[in-house]
Unconditional design. Structure first.
Lengths: 549, 205
C-alpha cells in the first residue's frame, strides 16, 4: 500500500480528493483499496456525533420546531455554510424563487449525510432521457443501464434496505436485489397506503440507508426518530463510515483545509491544489488525479475562485456552464388532522412515499411529484398548536395527544428543469474569513414547476378528503430540500456541458467532478444515491487512468 | 407516574452543567425490550445539593404543579425555569411570583388560570405553562433551554413514543400496534376546507 508523502506541510499522492463527503469518501475507499495513495482535504472540522446530539437537544424549542438542522453542527470559522437561526448571509439569494434555494449543508468531514434521512432512491430509466421522451430539460450522457451496476454497488456500499417485492420498487429495473428487505412499515404507513393506493397514488417503501439488524459495524436502527438532524446511534448510513474505512486502509484526511487555488500545467492537466490550513498557512497538494466533490454550490464556487491565466473564467469552465443549471427539488408541505389516528413518530423519520405521479405524459408540460408521508414526530407542532389555543391541564395534554396521533404532514417534491440562468456566481462584495468570495445565487423556477404545484395541490385535496381532513393546509411558498444538483452539468458536448459521462471534466484530462453537480435531470427523488453511483463510476474511470499512467 | 424517562432499554440522565440552563442527556444502554416494560422513574442527580443559583422557592414549584396539573415536576428543572425567567425577563418574573399566592387557593389548572386571568396575569401563566411544556424559557434569541426529555409535551404520548433521539422499544418495534388513542378525533365546522396559505412547519426532508 502506498501512502501519501508529506513534506513540510505539502503532500503528494496518486489521488487528491477535495471534499470528504459521501462521494469523495467512497472514491477514496475504492482507490486506496486498489493500492493507490490517496489524500482527502475537507474545508470543515471533524465532528463528534454525541456532541452534535447534545447540541440539538440544547437548541431552544423554536429552533427545533423550525427544523434548524444546520444549527447543531459546529462550523470552522474558515468554512462557513448557510445558517438561518439567525441567518449568516453566507449565500446571497435573488430571483423570483430565491426562497426555494435556502439550502442547508454541512461543511465537515462526512458532509451533509450527517443530517440527511438516508432515502436512497434511484432515478427512473426515463429520467435519463427527458429531452428525448418529453421534449424538456436535458438527456444524460449515459443511460440508466450504464449507471445501473453502480446503483447496485452504491446500495451495497451504503447498506440500503429496500423492498424485495418488485411491485413495490420504484423503479423495478434492477440487476441485483437489495441486500436487505424494506425497513418495516409502522401502523401509519400501512394504514395510509391502504386508504390512498386504490386511487393510484402508489405509496411504496422508501429504500433507506439503514437496517433493522446490525450490519457492517453499524447498529440496528431502533427508531430514535431523529435521522434529521442526526442519527444518535450511527445506525443510519453517513459518509463518516466510508471516511473511517478509507482511513483504516491508509487514506489521509486533512480537516479544516480550505482549497482555494488549482494549478494547471502546459497541457491544462491539474498539477496541484493549494489550501489554507486552520492557521491560514498555505500548502500544496500534488497528484496524478484530482477529484473535487464538495457539493453543487461549493464545487462550483471553488472552480470559479480558482480561475488562473490558462483558465481565466474558472477551472473546467470553457463552456461557461460552471455554476449554472442549479437545481433542487422544490418542496412544499400539506398538513391536516385525519379522522383516525396514524401515530407518526414511531420508527425512522420517513418510510413510505407516494410515487403515483413520479412519471407520466404530463411531464412534457409540468413537473412530476413525489409525496412523502412524514414520520417525524408531530409532538412539537402539536404542542405549538395546542398552546396557541390557550389550553391548560388535562385539556392541554389531550390536545397534544390528539394532534400528535391524528396529525399528518406530507412532504412534496417537485422536479425543476436545468436552466442555465439558475446560477451561482462569486460575490463582488462579500468575502469569508479567508478573504474568499462568498456565493451569490439566482433562482427562478418558471411555469413547469408552478403548474406541477397546482396539479399536486389537487391531488392533495383529494387525499385530504379520503381522511375527512380537518385543518387541511398546503404551504404556498416553495422550500428547499437540500438536494443540490447542477453547477457542473454532464453532457456529450464540451461546448454546453462541464463533464462527460464519467464526471470527468471536458477541459482537464485528470480532473473529475462527481456528485450532484453533473446530474442533468433532477427527477423527484433524493439525489444522494445517484451522486454515489456517479462517484463509483468516476472511481472506475480514475482507476483506469491511474493504471494507464 | 413520574415523567422523567428511564427504562430498561434507555436511560436519560439529566443534571445541571456548568453552563446554566443546559441539559445533558446520555443514552446509557440499549438492550432487549418489550413494549410493556417501560418504567418512567427519576434519575438522581450526581450532586446532592444544587448550586446556590438553582436554589428554589418552594412556592414556585407549587405554582408550577398546580398550573400544569403535573405533581411530579423535577425541582431542579423548576429552579432552572425560575432562574431563566428571572434572568431574561425580570419584569415578567416579578409578575410571575404574584401568581404564587393564587396557587395556594386554586388547586387545579383551569381554576388557577381563571384566577390568573381575573388578576390580569394570564399572559404570565401561559408563559410559565409554555416553559414547562416546551422545555424552553422565553422565545427568540434570549430563549433558554431548561429541559429536553423532561419537557411536558412528551408526557401525553409517552405510551406511544419516546422523545426524539431516544429509543422507544428497539429495532422494528414500530411494527407493533400503537396504543389506543383515548382522545376524541379532531373536529371542524366544515369538512375539508379549500387549501389555504400556511407557513411551513418543517423545511427539509
Amino acid at each position: 500500500m502506498k501512502a501519501p508523502v508529506f513534506n513540510n506541510g505539502d503532500v503528494e499522492a496518486d489521488l487528491v480528493i477535495v471534499g470528504a463527503g459521501v462521494v469523495g469518501a467512497m472514491i477514496a475507499d475504492q482507490l486506496v483499496g486498489e493500492g493507490h495513495s490517496v489524500v482527502m482535504l475537507d474545508a470543515g472540522p471533524r465532528l463528534d456525533r454525541g456532541q452534535v446530539v447534545e447540541n440539538w437537544r440544547n437548541l431552544p424549542f423554536e429552533s427545533r420546531a423550525g427544523s434548524a438542522y444546520d444549527a447543531p453542527f459546529p462550523q470552522s470559522p474558515h468554512a462557513p455554510a448557510p445558517l438561518y437561526f439567525p441567518p449568516n448571509n453566507y449565500v446571497a439569494l435573488s430571483g423570483p424563487d430565491a426562497a426555494a434555494y435556502k439550502q442547508d449543508y454541512v461543511r465537515a468531514v462526512g458532509g451533509t449525510t450527517w443530517h440527511w434521512a438516508a432515502s436512497c432512491w434511484r432515478h427512473l430509466p426515463v429520467d435519463f432521457r427527458m429531452r428525448s421522451i418529453y421534449g424538456v430539460g436535458r438527456d444524460w450522457a449515459i443511460s440508466y443501464d450504464e449507471l445501473e451496476p453502480y446503483y447496485c454497488r452504491a446500495e451495497e456500499e451504503m447498506g440500503v434496505s429496500g423492498p424485495l417485492d418488485a411491485t413495490k420498487q420504484s423503479p423495478s429495473q434492477r440487476s441485483r436485489p437489495y441486500l436487505s428487505d424494506m425497513v418495516p412499515w409502522g401502523y401509519g404507513d400501512e394504514r395510509f397506503a391502504e386508504v390512498v393506493n386504490p386511487y393510484g397514488y402508489n405509496s411504496v417503501p422508501i429504500p433507506q440507508g439503514r437496517m433493522v439488524k446490525p450490519w457492517n459495524g453499524r447498529p440496528a436502527c431502533c427508531g430514535n426518530n431523529n435521522c434529521q438532524p442526526i442519527c444518535p446511534i450511527g445506525a443510519m448510513y453517513n459518509a463518516i463510515h466510508h471516511v473511517q474505512r478509507a482511513e483504516s486502509k491508509g487514506v489521509r484526511v486533512l480537516a479544516e483545509s480550505v482549497v482555494y487555488a488549482i494549478d494547471t500545467d502546459a497541457n491544462n492537466r491539474v498539477a496541484a491544489v493549494r489550501w489554507y490550513d486552520a492557521d491560514r498557512r498555505t500548502h500544496r497538494g500534488t497528484g496524478r488525479a484530482f477529484v473535487i466533490a464538495c457539493n453543487s454550490m461549493e464545487t462550483a464556487r471553488l472552480l470559479l475562485l480558482a480561475a488562473n491565466p490558462m483558465n481565466p473564467t474558472g477551472i473546467a469552465n470553457s463552456s461557461d456552464q460552471v455554476g449554472r443549471n442549479l437545481m433542487d427539488h422544490s418542496g412544499f408541505h400539506c398538513t391536516f388532522l385525519a379522522n383516525e389516528p396514524l401515530w407518526p413518530g414511531r420508527g425512522p423519520v420517513q418510510s413510505s412515499c407516494m410515487v403515483g405521479f413520479r412519471d407520466g405524459a404530463f411531464r412534457s408540460e409540468y413537473s412530476a411529484n413525489k409525496m412523502i408521508l412524514s414520520n417525524i414526530s408531530r409532538v412539537v407542532p402539536a404542542t405549538q398548536q395546542a398552546l396557541k389555543l390557550g389550553l391548560v391541564g388535562k385539556a392541554l395534554d389531550d390536545e397534544i395527544r390528539r394532534r400528535a396521533a391524528f396529525g399528518v404532514d406530507i412532504s412534496i417534491s417537485l422536479e425543476p428543469l436545468p436552466d442555465p440562468k439558475n446560477r451561482l456566481t462569486l460575490s463582488k462584495t462579500r468575502r469569508d474569513a479567508l478573504g474568499l468570495a462568498c456565493p451569490d445565487v439566482y433562482y427562478e423556477l418558471g411555469a413547469y414547476v408552478h403548474k406541477g404545484y397546482d396539479a399536486a395541490s389537487k391531488q392533495l385535496a383529494h387525499i385530504g378528503s379520503l381522511f375527512n381532513a380537518v385543518e387541511f393546509a398546503i404551504t404556498t411558498t416553495l422550500n428547499a430540500n437540500n438536494h443540490l444538483m447542477g453547477g457542473t452539468i454532464m453532457g456529450t458536448d464540451p461546448k454546453d456541458s462541464v463533464v462527460d459521462g464519467d464526471c470527468g471534466a471536458h477541459d482537464h484530462a485528470n480532473l473529475w467532478l462527481p456528485g450532484g453537480g453533473p446530474i442533468p435531470s433532477a427527477s423527484v427523488v433524493n439525489s444522494t444515491l445517484s451522486m454515489a453511483a456517479l462517484g463509483l463510476k468516476a472511481a472506475d474511470a480514475i482507476s483506469r487512468a491511474l493504471r494507464r499512467a | 407516574m413520574p415523567n422523567r424517562l428511564e427504562n430498561e432499554e434507555c436511560t436519560v440522565i439529566l443534571r445541571p452543567t456548568t453552563r446554566r440552563g443546559a441539559v445533558v442527556g446520555v443514552v446509557a444502554s440499549v438492550g432487549a425490550l418489550s413494549l410493556g416494560s417501560i418504567r418512567w422513574v427519576a434519575a438522581q442527580p450526581e450532586s446532592p445539593k444544587p448550586p446556590p443559583e438553582l436554589q428554589l422557592d418552594s412556592g414556585f414549584l407549587d405554582l408550577s404543579q398546580k398550573l400544569t396539573g403535573h405533581f411530579d415536576l423535577d425541582p431542579q428543572t423548576a429552579a432552572r425555569v425560575s432562574v431563566g425567567f428571572a434572568r431574561i425577563d425580570p419584569a415578567l418574573f416579578a409578575r410571575m411570583t404574584a401568581l404564587i399566592p393564587l396557587a395556594r387557593t386554586n388547586q387545579d389548572p383551569p381554576a388557577l388560570m381563571k384566577a390568573a386571568k381575573a388578576a390580569g396575569l394570564d399572559d404570565v401563566a401561559h408563559a410559565l405553562t409554555a416553559a414547562w411544556y416546551t422545555g424552553t424559557v422565553g422565545s427568540g434569541p434570549k430563549a433558554e433551554v431548561v429541559a429536553y426529555a423532561d419537557a411536558l409535551m412528551y408526557w401525553p404520548v409517552r405510551d406511544a413514543m419516546a422523545p426524539p433521539t431516544y429509543c422507544f422499544a428497539g429495532p422494528a418495534s414500530w411494527q407493533q400496534q400503537p396504543p389506543a388513542v383515548g382522545v376524541s378525533p379532531p373536529v371542524s365546522a366544515a369538512p375539508t376546507p379549500a387549501p389555504v396559505a400556511h407557513p411551513p412547519e418543517s423545511k427539509a426532508q
